[in-house]
Design a protein around this ligand. Structure first.
Ligand SMILES: Cc1cc2nc3c(=O)[nH]c(=O)nc-3n(C[C@H](O)[C@H](O)[C@H](O)COP(=O)(O)OP(=O)(O)OC[C@H]3O[C@@H](n4cnc5c(N)ncnc54)[C@H](O)[C@@H]3O)c2cc1C
Length: 429
């Protein structure tokens, strides 16, 4: 987005990610993206945008081994072990995070006016009431350099120190809202024997007989491997052993997980990851903000990863950035229009995540007004989506961030969902 409007874009990155051009087995997770060890599926909203900006990217990913899965055939969603009716038209990419990142990075680094600098940002540089660059350390940690810029975009992720950097210079820091979800993840890679293995991607949401909520996703990825994630909340978080991983797969009522436990050959040990909280930084609520500064991606908001919204959200912020720059703003003014627009995007993803997370007893935080009715209506939609293709399609469009969450609350959708659930009850023995 920046390269369309700037003379030069400098990407300042703490990890040494200079590309060898080889996407083979050498691409592993890196320290600056610790979540890169975990399953990362790319939802349709993100995939479509990335393909728009980098034509042919999906095709390239697939040619190199990633899977492009269509919800009409290859993506199977299970609710308590029941396979939801298949409806097409929504596609997603299944690949490991380092693989996806390497392909995207190669396209970005090919931009004629973009330069990569290896260095760790330590803070912002200010001139009067604007940000005029960043302070960073390169190879020699004893030395600090300043990179001047007309516009600084903080994309350092959810652990960004942007609040402290602003405070140190006498600016107010944005309020950071946190929702403690305490989610435990474990991701493992598998090989499977040749032959049909059902869906390219399977997702399972199940409540065990004792009330624990279990989540799982498995997908075919590059290198003829399968990536599998199992997740649970609070004390039910998965541990790092293969035995426990396979036990959890067997406990999952969705068939693809039980089959994987039977015929999958683990590659290495599972890797665990703990996601303590969802968080958002509400820049739009500040009363003062320096000019020349934007934040994007997880720096703005990071959600419960189980919904897979993070990378697609970042592409939506990038669309807001494009709209902001195309409007020809004066960079002498704070970027309020940008923060107002991204707020809408953040609100929508936050709502999807919050509605589901707040219903769990261990999740602290005030329940918003109307919460109880909203959760009941949301349950109705989820239950109806098991058998009703129209409702499932609308549900998928929201989950893939192609439509705003509020579209599911339209009276026509709710009425249809209520009828569907009634029919489901009537059919039960
Ligand atoms: C367990 C887990 C699973 C997830 N699964 C999915 C999924 O399936 N689908 C999905 O879409 N999203 C998923 N996400 C979310 C996704 O990882 C993030 O939303 C996304 O990576 C955000 O991108 P970002 O560029 O804002 O930040 P990041 O990807 O975190 O990148 C931040 C970058 O800034 C660099 N950096 C940090 N500090 C400095 C500094 N001081 N100086 C210089 N460079 C610095 C880092 O090295 C890194 O390159 C998941 C997240 C987690 C935790």
């Amino acid at each position: 987005m920046l390269s369309d409007h700037a003379d030069e874009v400098v990407v300042l990155e703490r990890d040494d990610v200079a590309l060898s051009g080889d996407f083979g087995g050498g691409q592993g997770p890196r320290p600056g993206v610790p979540q890169g060890t975990q399953m990362h599926a790319l939802l349709d909203a993100g995939r479509r945008r990335m393909d728009g900006w980098f034509p042919g990217l999906s095709t390239e990913l697939v040619a190199d081994g990633a899977a492009l899965a269509d919800t009409g055939t290859d993506v199977h969603s299970y609710l308590d072990g029941s396979l939801k009716v298949l409806v097409g038209g929504v596609e997603m990419i299944s690949a490991t995070r380092p693989f996806l990142e390497a392909h995207l990075r190669r396209r970005v680094l090919a931009l004629h006016n973009l330069r990569l600098v290896n260095g760790r940002v330590r803070g912002l540089a200010f001139t009067a009431d604007r940000v005029s660059g960043v302070r960073y350390e390169g190879a020699d940690p004893a030395r600090e350099d300043v990179l001047t810029a007309d516009l600084v975009v903080d994309a350092t992720g959810r652990a960004s120190r942007i609040g402290a950097w602003l405070r140190e210079a006498g600016w107010p820091e944005p309020e950071t809202r946190r929702m403690h979800v305490d989610l435990g993840y474990a991701t493992a890679l598998f090989r499977r024997p040749e032959g049909p293995h059902g869906p390219t991607l399977a997702q399972s949401l199940a409540t065990l007989p004792d009330g624990r909520l279990r989540l799982g996703t498995l997908g075919r990825v590059e290198g003829d491997r399968w990536i599998v994630l199992v997740a649970g909340y609070a004390d039910d978080r998965p541990g790092p052993t293969t035995e426990e991983f396979l036990r959890r797969c067997r406990e999952d009522p969705a068939e693809p997980f039980r089959r994987l436990a039977e015929d999958g050959e683990p590659i290495g040990q599972p890797v665990t990851y703990r996601h303590p909280d969802n968080r958002r930084r509400d820049f739009h609520l500040l009363d003062r903000l320096p000019a020349g500064l934007l934040t994007i991606g997880d720096t703005l908001a990071s959600f419960n990863p189980i919904y897979g919204q993070g990378m697609s959200s970042a592409t939506m912020h990038a669309s807001c950035l494009a709209a902001y720059l195309e409007s020809g703003p004066s960079l002498r003014d704070p970027a309020w229009p940008y923060f107002r627009q991204t707020r809408t995007v953040v609100d929508d993803a936050w709502q999807t995540s919050a509605l589901n997370d707040l219903r769990m007893p261990h999740v602290t935080g005030a329940r918003p007004r109307g919460f109880s009715i909203a959760t009941r209506l949301s349950d109705l939609i989820v239950q109806a989506s098991v058998t009703d293709p129209v409702i499932h399609r609308r549900f998928l469009e929201v989950m893939h961030m192609l439509s705003p969450a509020k579209t599911l609350m339209r009276p026509t959708t709710l009425t249809r969902a209520a009828w569907t659930v009634r029919k489901q009850h009537a059919r039960r023995p």
